[in-house]
Write a protein that binds this ligand. Structure first.
Ligand code: WT7
Length: 629
C-alpha cells in the first residue's frame, strides 16, 4: 500500500512537430479539457451525437454512486456504427480488415464484406437458438472469423465473453461456468511460433461439467471438414450454409450489456467485467477519433489479441466505429524472426502502431538491426499500453521505431475503464516515464488513503472521479466486488495503481498497489496462481510475488510449503511449473519456485507477500508488526 514516499522526477521532455497539433481532431488539450470541466454532460452529449442511434437519450447520465446510467432510454446497436454507417457513407469498398497469418497467408475484408459476413453469421447464431442476452464464450485464434463472430454477437444482442486462447482448460471452464455460456466458439487449432495448438481439445476438457453449453461452434482451419464427433459440435461455415446475409440490428438499450470480459482479481476467481452498449461505444469511438487521431487514410495496427480489453476496444469496436483500416495478425513478435512485425509495418504501410512495453523491451534486447532492415516511414503515431513504459524503453521506441518523429501515446487505462484515461495527447510535450494527463472527459488524481490529493513529487494512489461513459457497470454475478472499487477511498473509483504527479500535472504510473502481477502486459492475480499451485497434491501452501524481469516487466516467483512426506526436488519444480501452465496458461508459469518450511503470515492469517518481496529484492521490509510469531 502507499505509504508516503518521494519520487525523483525526470525533467526531460520531447516536443512533437507542430503539424501534429495543427491537424489533430482534439486540438489544444487545455481548451478541450476546460470545455469538458465547464460542462461534462454537454461534452459527452456532443461526442455521442457523432454516432448513429436508433433513439436519442433523455438524459446524458444518471449518477447514483456507485451506479451510472449513460444515455438513458437511448437505443442503438454498436454494429450499425461499425458497419452500416460506413457501408452507407462511402466506405463500402474500403478495407476494414487486413489479416496476416504466421505462415504469411493473407486475407482482406472490405467494410461491405465484413458487414455481409457478420450478418450471415448472426443469422446462423439465431438458427442455433441464440437470443438477446445469451452468453457466448470465445476461445479463438486471431483470424478474421474471430472479428466476424464478435460483431455477430453484438448484432443480435448476445453477450460475448472472450477468453484468450493462451489460457488453459480450467481457466476456460470456470469462465464458461460463471457466465453460464450457451455457446462456445472455437477453432480446431491455433498457430504459434510454428507450432499447432489444439484448441478444440482444450475446449473438450473445458465444456465437461458445463451443462449450460448447448453447442460448440468449431472453425476448421486444418482439414475440412473436421470430424465433429459429438452432437454438441457444429461447423463454423456449415451452420452458415443457406443463411441470408441480411440481418437487422437488434435494438439495444444503452445500458444493456455488450460483453463480459474476465480479468484477474486480487482475491479468488477472475472477475467478469461487464460493459454496456451505449457508453462503451461512445468512449471507444471518442478515444479512437480524438486521442489516436485516426484519420481516413490511416492504416492502424494494434498488436494485442481480442482476448484482452485492448483487443475489444482498440482492435474491434473503436477502430471500426471510426471506419479505419485495421491490420490484424496471428503473429508473435519473434517468429520466424525479430523482423516480422517491422516487415508488416513496411508491407501494409501501417501509420498508427499500438503495442506493449514488454514487446518493446524484447526488441531493445535483440538489437536495432532488426527494425533497421525495414522502411518504417509510414508510421505517424506509436502507442503503448499495459504497463509503465520506462524511460529507457521510451527513448528506444521514440528513436528506433518513431525515428525521433512520431509522438508516443503511452495510454493508461484498464479492463474496467473500457477506454483510454490518461495519456499525452498529440502536440503536448512528452515526458519519458510519464503516461501523461487525464484526457478530456476524465477526472484523475493522485491521493493518499483518505482521499486527500498529495503534493507533486509524492507518491500516492491513482483515483478517478466518476462517472465516465465506458466505465464497467458491474462484476458479473458479483456486484459486491463492483461496489468495492468505489467505496475504498471516498467517492472515488480506486484504480489499484500507485502513481505520482509532477508540477505540470503529468502522471507517472508506478505499478500496482495490490496483489496483481503484470507479466508481459497480462494481468495475473496472485490468488489465481496460488490456487493452481495448491491444487497439486504435494503443495500445502503457496505464495507468489512479482519480481522484476528485463523483458516481461515482471515474472512470477512462487514460494511453497510441502505436504508431509514430499521432499523438494528439481522434478517437483518442473511438475509444479507444468501444472500451473496447464491450469492457467503459459503466462502464469513461475520463473522460480522456492520451497519453504513456513510462509510469513499476519496474525490474522494473511500471507505477507510484501515480506517475501522485500527479502527477494534485498530491501527493507518496512513495518512487520502484524507478522505472526
Ligand atoms: C493495469 C490494467 C488497458 C489494457 C491493458 C491492461 C497497468 C495499463 C498502463 C500504462 C502503466 C499501465 C496498470 C493498470 N497499465 N496501461 N500505460 N502505464 N501501467 O489492462 O489487464 O485491465 O490491467 O495495467 O497497472 O491498472 P488490465
Amino acid at each position: 500500500m502507499a505509504e508516503d514516499f518521494e519520487v525523483k522526477l525526470e525533467k526531460k521532455a520531447y516536443i512533437p512537430a507542430p503539424h501534429y497539433l495543427a491537424n489533430s481532431a482534439l486540438g489544444n488539450y487545455k481548451e478541450a479539457y476546460n470545455k469538458f470541466t465547464s460542462d461534462p454532460d454537454g461534452f459527452w452529449d456532443e461526442k455521442a451525437r457523432e454516432l448513429k442511434w436508433m433513439r436519442p437519450w433523455e438524459k446524458v447520465r444518471e449518477w447514483n454512486h456507485p451506479y451510472a446510467r449513460w444515455f438513458t432510454s437511448a437505443k442503438l446497436n454498436i454494429t450499425e456504427n461499425c458497419l452500416d454507417r460506413h457501408v452507407n457513407n462511402g466506405r463500402r469498398n474500403k478495407l476494414a480488415i487486413i489479416w496476416r497469418g504466421e505462415d504469411g497467408r493473407e486475407e482482406v475484408l472490405t467494410y461491405r464484406q465484413l458487414y455481409r459476413s457478420v450478418m450471415r453469421f448472426a443469422n446462423a447464431l439465431k438458427s442455433l437458438g441464440v437470443q438477446k442476452g445469451d452468453r457466448i464464450c470465445f476461445y479463438m485464434p486471431f483470424v478474421p472469423e474471430h472479428v466476424v463472430a464478435i460483431l455477430a454477437c453484438a448484432r443480435i444482442g448476445a453477450i460475448h465473453s472472450i477468453v484468450y486462447a493462451g489460457f488453459g482448460a480450467e481457466a476456460l471452464h470456470s469462465r464458461i461456468r460463471d457466465a453460464n455460456a450457451k455457446i462456445v466458439i472455437t477453432a480446431d487449432v491455433g498457430k504459434r511460433r510454428g507450432k499447432t495448438i489444439p484448441l478444440k481439445s482444450i475446449v473438450d476438457d473445458a465444456v465437461r461439467n458445463a451443462p449450460s453449453v448447448e453447442k460448440v461452434i468449431v472453425l476448421c482451419r486444418e482439414k475440412c471438414p473436421l470430424e465433429l464427433y459429438s452432437e454438441l459440435e457444429v461447423d463454423f461455415y456449415g451452420i452458415q450454409e443457406g443463411m441470408s446475409d441480411e440481418c437487422p440490428a437488434e435494438e439495444m438499450d444503452a445500458e444493456d450489456p455488450l460483453f463480459i470480459l474476465y480479468t484477474s482479481g486480487t482475491t479468488g476467481s477472475a472477475k467478469g467485467i461487464v460493459h454496456a452498449c451505449g457508453g462503451y461505444m461512445v468512449g471507444t469511438h471518442y478515444t479512437c477519433k480524438y486521442i489516436f487521431d485516426i484519420k481516413e487514410n490511416d492504416v492502424y495496427w494494434c498488436s494485442a489479441d481480442p482476448g484482452w480489453i485492448t483487443g475489444h476496444s482498440y482492435i474491434v469496436y473503436g477502430p471500426l466505429s471510426v471506419g479505419a483500416t485495421v491490420v490484424i495478425t496471428e503473429t508473435t513478435p519473434d517468429y520466424p524472426d525479430y523482423g516480422v512485425w517491422w516487415s508488416i509495418i513496411e508491407e501494409f504501410g501501417v501509420s498508427i502502431f499500438y503495442t506493449a512495453p514488454t514487446a518493446i523491451r524484447m526488441f531493445m534486447r535483440v538489437g536495432e538491426e532488426w527494425p533497421n532492415k525495414y522502411d518504417l516511414s509510414s508510421l505517424r503515431i506509436i502507442g503503448s499500453v499495459g504497463e509503465p513504459l520506462n524511460p529507457e524503453a521510451f527513448e528506444w521506441y521514440y528513436r528506433v521505431i518513431g525515428k525521433n518523429r512520431c509522438p508516443i501515446l503511452d495510454t493508461w487505462w484498464q479492463t474496467e475503464t473500457g477506454m483510454h484515461m490518461i495519456t499525452t495527447p498529440l502536440g503536448m510535450p512528452m515526458k519519458p516515464g510519464f503516461a501523461g494527463v487525464p484526457i478530456p472527459g476524465v477526472f484523475a488524481d493522485v491521493v493518499d488513503k483518505d482521499g486527500n490529493p498529495v503534493p507533486a513529487g509524492q507518491g500516492g494512489l491513482l483515483v478517478i472521479k466518476g462517472p465516465w461513459p465506458s466505465m464497467m457497470r458491474t462484476v458479473y454475478n458479483n456486484d459486491e466486488r463492483y461496489r468495492k472499487y468505489w467505496t475504498q477511498i471516498k467517492d472515488y473509483y480506486t484504480v489499484g495503481d500507485l502513481a505520482v504527479k509532477d508540477d505540470d500535472g503529468y502522471i507517472m504510473i508506478l505499478g500496482r498497489s495490490d496483489d496483481i502481477i503484470i507479466v508481459a502486459g497480462h494481468n495475473l492475480g496472485t490468488a489465481e496462481v496460488e490456487s493452481a499451485l495448491v491444487e497439486h497434491e504435494a503443495v500445502a501452501e503457496a505464495a507468489v510475488i512479482g519480481v522484476p524481469d528485463d523483458i516481461k516487466g515482471q515474472a512470477v516467483k512462487a514460494f511453497v510449503t510441502l505436504v508431509q512426506g514430499y521432499e523438494p526436488s528439481q522434478k517437483l519444480v518442473s511438475e509444479l511449473t507444468y501444472h500451473v501452465r496447464m491450469s492457467i496458461g503459459p503466462i502464469a508459469m513461475p520463473n522460480a519456485i522456492e520451497f519453504m518450511d513456513k510462509l510469513p503470515k499476519t496474525r490474522s492469517g494473511k500471507i505477507m507477500r510484501r515480506l517475501l518481496k522485500a527479502k527477494e529484492m534485498g530491501i527493507d521490509p518496512g513495518d512487520i508488526s502484524t507478522l505472526e510469531e
